[in-house]
Design a protein around this ligand. Structure first.
Ligand code: FEO
Length: 395
């Protein structure tokens, strides 16, 4: 169902309830691909599209508001296929439409799709487009989330179509933030930030500063709910997440073969729990990378456990560390630990990952041959206390 944001401004997107994988991001609450239709006195503009399989739904939503022949402009804020996938179908269905985007986006679109025959209008930073009593203004937001990312501002209604910024992978038939469970929305916004935005935290902060001068009555991202009542809540959260502000939290995660590394993990947790900080323990057999990075984003310190398997670390740990390395959580103190049979390699390899993404190592890896003895377990407890002491120093 199309939802009105303002007179002649409608959400026309698609709610993807069943999606559970978004290029490796586990979307446990589904998602939405938000597209918007803005009708001025002279022209009609579609702001973004949806994933390719849902093009027919987008066409129906637009056609319910105006004939497709009357769509004059299709703004493409971002070439990633969750928003541009239906663009070829919409260009074909809207014979009078010109695709409006920046130069980098035009290039990216031509590499994704056969754009021969498409009409383009390339816009620059701050440029405006008059729809007749409705003015669209375009601002580049480089690396929020791709190099060509752009946002569109509807001047008269003070609505910012903010693309991926402030989005959430969250399926709901209620379109606005004040109609949904705000705790759930913020939880998904945090997960989205940790899994999508984190490596681009500085460009997003730069964009937020650049757009701070705009009057914002509504902020309409391309995923999840539209912010009309609680924008300050998500903005403050972004400001906090962007500097990776640590909290008084220690995270311990591990994989285990014959329970020795699990025992070491539990000893670390026991030591950390002796301090007044939050401590969380995750067995990677039961924990996905999406949840893990969300927990790591705001911890002050963490420990990663892996046995040595075939002179390397456990594949599940390698996968998690590879995922974490790409997202670059900053400013953590970390520890590697784990058991081995005849040569300790796994924890040392894990240390390589930790230093690669800028962690300070608490101490050299704690290792034990086959099963941890009392001295090893006490070393783990002490390391837990030390990690917790670091977390406890967070104001
Ligand atoms: Fe939702 Fe970067 O696309």
């Amino acid at each position: 169902m199309n939802t009105e944001l303002a007179k002649n401004v409608h959400w026309v997107g698609y709610v993807d309830w069943p999606v559970r994988d978004f290029h490796g991001y586990q979307t446990k609450r589904g998602s939405s691909y938000n597209a918007y239709l803005v009708r001025g006195a002279a022209k009609t503009a579609l702001i973004d599209t949806v994933k390719a399989p849902f093009a027919e739904s987008l066409k129906r939503n637009v056609a319910a508001l105006c004939p497709l022949e009357q769509v004059d402009v299709i703004v493409c804020n971002h070439a990633e296929p969750d928003h541009s996938g239906a663009l070829p179908a919409m260009v074909a269905a809207c014979p009078n439409a010109t695709v409006v985007c920046n130069a980098k986006c035009k290039d990216a679109l031509s590499r994704h799709y056969d754009t021969a025959g498409w009409r383009f209008q390339v816009v620059k930073e701050g440029e405006t487009l008059d729809l007749g009593g409705r003015t669209l203004q375009f601002f580049d937001t480089v690396m929020c989330h791709w190099p060509e990312s752009m946002v569109t501002y509807l001047v008269e209604e003070e609505i910012l179509f903010s693309m991926d910024c402030f989005g959430q992978h969250y399926a709901t038939y209620r379109r606005f933030d004040d109609e949904a469970d705000l705790n759930e929305v913020m939880q998904e916004a945090k997960t989205y930030y940790a899994n999508i935005v984190l490596p681009y935290a500085q460009p997003v902060a730069n964009a937020a500063k650049k757009l701070a001068g705009l009057k914002l009555r509504i902020v309409a991202p391309s995923h999840g709910v539209i912010w009309r009542s609680h924008f300050d809540t998500i903005l403050q959260a972004y400001l906090s997440w962007h500097v990776s502000t640590p909290t008084r939290k220690v995270v311990v995660f591990y994989s285990t073969m014959w329970q020795s590394t699990r025992k070491m993990a539990e000893a670390i947790v026991e030591g950390a729990n002796a301090r007044d900080v939050t401590v969380k323990l995750f067995d990677l057999k039961a924990t996905g990378d999406t949840e893990l990075i969300t927990e790591l984003m705001d911890c002050a310190a963490f420990a990663v456990g892996t046995p040595t398997l075939n002179q390397s670390l456990m594949p599940r740990v390698a996968a998690a560390l590879t995922y974490i390395r790409g997202l670059k959580p900053a400013g953590k103190t970390a520890l590697a630990f784990g058991s081995y049979g005849w040569a300790s390699k796994g924890p040392q390899e894990a240390e390589g990952y930790l230093t690669a993404f800028g962690c300070a190592l608490l101490r050299p890896a704690i290792t034990c041959r086959f099963a941890p003895d009392d001295a090893t377990l006490e070393a783990c407890r002490q390391a837990g206390r030390d990690l917790a002491d670091i977390a406890a120093r967070v104001p």
